[in-house]
Design a protein. Structure first.
Ligand SMILES: C[S@@+](CC[C@H](N)C(=O)[O-])C[C@H]1O[C@@H](n2cnc3c(N)ncnc32)[C@H](O)[C@@H]1O
Length: 260
């Protein structure tokens, strides 16, 4: 399917569907990265600033630059109250608009699957980080059932309904990530699986937020009402609701870090 499914256009919708998830994982990822305060950061594919906010809130950086190709997401990031000390601009992971050796940390949060040439994206992060600095990323383990929307995707698969895969989906795999980091010449490479849980007030709440992802929307809107109804009730049957109707979903990322 065409890559236009992976244009991230609506910063507000993204926040509810994915930004909250990214912050839940991003907080734990940063603890694992264990950075000092007062560092210079570049957040590549910052989107609407969901992860950037975790850097700003928790690690008092001296500088944060966020870049993303989506002007709608950058607009949302620029207006996000928690990140007023960060600078956001349109840009591409494949050609970062910065001089070499300028940052202490380069991060990619939930991005590498979308970068057309992941090796080039990692090389660019390495280029802009000073010797001794760190290049790190986390990405949904989408091929290993780690996506927050996995209950929906699993049911689509079992009904033989196709959904789009991002251009570099295989880069979400832990071994592929490790090879990318090692081949880029990064040192002391370490990986980690990080899990997050999110509770939804009800199945309808889960459904309205999760099916709102741009990728899934393009699939669901093409289904006839009967198939959509069948899909929805099969997904509901997969999820265990508590007595108050709440549903807790789990998802996991593959995370990686290495030194320049
Ligand atoms: C799932 S979102 C993650 C956003 C944010 N980092 C977060 O944690 O919420 C993926 C982001 O990657 C961006 N992206 C896609 N292709 C990119 C590229 N070539 N260079 C940089 N960012 C890219 C998208 O615009 C989108 O904002």
């Amino acid at each position: 399917m065409h890559d236009q499914n992976f244009k991230f256009e609506d910063g507000e919708a993204y926040e509810q569907t994915m930004g909250i998830w990214s912050q839940l994982v991003g907080f734990k990822f940063l603890q694992w990265l264990s950075p000092s305060i007062n560092q210079r950061w570049i957040d590549v594919g910052c989107g609407n600033g969901a992860f950037t906010e975790q850097i700003v809130k928790n690690y008092k950086p001296s500088e944060v630059q966020g870049i993303d190709p989506s002007d709608d997401q950058i607009y949302f990031a620029k207006n996000r109250p928690g990140v007023q000390t960060a600078t956001f601009q349109i840009g591409d992971a494949m050609a970062l608009p910065f001089e070499s050796d300028q940052f202490d940390f380069a991060t990619m949060a939930l991005v590498i699957r979308f970068v057309p040439d992941p090796a080039q994206g990692v090389a660019e992060m390495k280029r802009v980080v000073r010797p001794g600095g760190a290049v790190a990323a986390y990405v949904w383990d989408s091929l290993g059932g780690g996506m927050p929307h996995e209950p929906i995707q699993a049911e689509l698969r079992s009904m033989s309904l196709k959904y789009p895969r991002p251009p570099s989906a295989e880069a979400s795999n832990l071994e592929v990530l490790q090879k990318l980091w090692v081949d880029a010449g990064l040192r002391s490479v370490e990986t980690q699986i990080i899990t997050a849980e999110r509770t939804f007030a009800s199945f309808e709440n889960f459904w309205s937020l999760s099916s709102n992802s741009q990728t899934l929307q393009s699939v669901l809107e093409d289904l006839d009402p009967a198939t959509l109804g069948q899909l929805k009730s099969s997904i509901q049957a997969r999820l265990t609701a508590e007595t108050n109707g709440q549903i807790t979903c789990s998802a996991h990322v593959n995370a990686i870090k290495g030194l320049v």
